[in-house]
Design a protein around this ligand. Structure first.
Ligand code: AMP
Ligand code: MN
Ligand code: MN
Length: 316
């Protein structure tokens, strides 16, 4: 399955690995798993990653990430956890410096990119794909790599609770546990530890909640100013949608947050009846049936109206 990608890696020396903007546990997990595996192969490799939430700071070696490409050109770019080019955490200039591109992802996307493309939207986490990828190309999975892969899989499966979880996901998790990773600590750090300010952001998100379509749709907006006022950075403001989605009778939940660049980021969750990736793709975003997102194309009020219209159609 990954034969061509294996050859591309064998020929390359200078390699960059990149995930998506607003890096989550799966983008970080898959990027660094590839990074450490290629390092073990003796490659000259770097991860490109923008600022990440402090909750990931415990991961070994995460501080090695760089923000851009120093060289004029490099042999290979490996993009993980995004098949939308504009969502990669790399500038167009740095992308174009790559002689070749490998892309490994699990999102539904309309316009994939790269000289080698592998997308499997049946797999719940890019990190699960990376496990198969590294195993197939003959890399040994060590404890550090396993820690990253486990963090990625746990993030995107809601700790193996989402319906996207496959028997193969649990089999791989078992293999990772055999490497003596501190799985309990990984979960505690990723899912079970927040700053007080984040608790206050959750309160504000709930306070701002609006309810439509007989409770089937829940929407909330938090401005960038509010996020800052609470003492948080924008990357700390992820994950708000889940609280709205928990309310009984909810089919779709949306949390919108203002970003420092003036745009508004939409985070959508579905409880299963509606494929929210269809809504996200219609606004130039992407994602999965139950979790998708996009950047509002217009001002907040206009884009909110358009979203309500799209949700109304889907709920019919
Ligand atoms: P989030 O709500 O940010 O956690 O994102 C939910 C899912 O949708 C993730 O799988 C993201 O990768 C995807 N997603 C979020 N925003 C975008 C976007 N602007 N374009 C494409 N996919 C997105
Ligand atoms: Mn991701
Ligand atoms: Mn993912």
């Amino acid at each position: 399955m990954f034969k061509k990608a294996k050859e591309m890696i064998e020929k390359a020396n200078k390699i960059y690995v990149v995930g998506h903007i607003n890096p989550d546990g799966d983008a970080i997990g898959s990027s660094f798993a590839v990074y450490f595996a290629l390092k073990n192969m003796g490659k000259d490799v770097n991860v490109i990653m923008p600022k990440y939430s402090e909750s990931f700071a415990f991961l070994p070696g995460i501080a090695n990430a760089v923000e851009s490409v120093e060289e004029e050109c490099y042999d290979l770019l490996i993009a993980v956890d995004s098949s939308v080019k504009t969502r990669l955490a790399i500038s167009e200039k740095d992308y174009n410096k790559a002689k070749q591109v490998i892309m490994l992802d699990h999102h539904k996307t309309s316009e994939p990119f790269g000289d080698f493309q592998y997308i499997n939207s049946e797999i719940p986490a890019a990190s699960q794909i990376i496990y198969d990828f590294l195993t197939e190309i003959g890399c040994e999975i060590d404890k550090t790599i396993a820690t990253y892969l486990y963090a990625g899989i746990v993030t995107d499966t809601g700790s193996f609770n989402y319906s996207s979880t496959k028997p193969s996901t649990l089999l791989i998790a078992a293999k990772l546990l055999e490497l003596n990773i501190d799985f309990s600590e990984i979960c505690k750090k990723l899912n079970d530890t927040i700053k007080e300010a984040k608790l206050r952001l959750i309160a504000l998100t709930i306070d701002n909640m609006e309810v439509y379509f007989d409770g089937k749709f829940r929407y909330s907006y938090v401005s960038y100013e509010d996020i800052k006022r609470l003492g948080l950075d924008e990357e700390d403001a992820e994950g708000m949608t889940n609280y709205l989605r928990m309310v009984e009778g909810t089919e779709i939940a949306v949390a919108v947050r203002g970003k420092s660049n003036g745009t508004n980021k939409v985070s959508m969750r579905s409880n299963g009846k509606v494929d929210v990736s269809k809504i996200a793709i219609s606004f130039d975003g992407g994602g999965h049936a139950r979790a998708a997102g996009y950047t509002m194309p217009k001002d907040l009020e206009t884009s909110k109206k358009e979203l309500l219209d799209a949700v109304g159609v889907m709920l019919k």
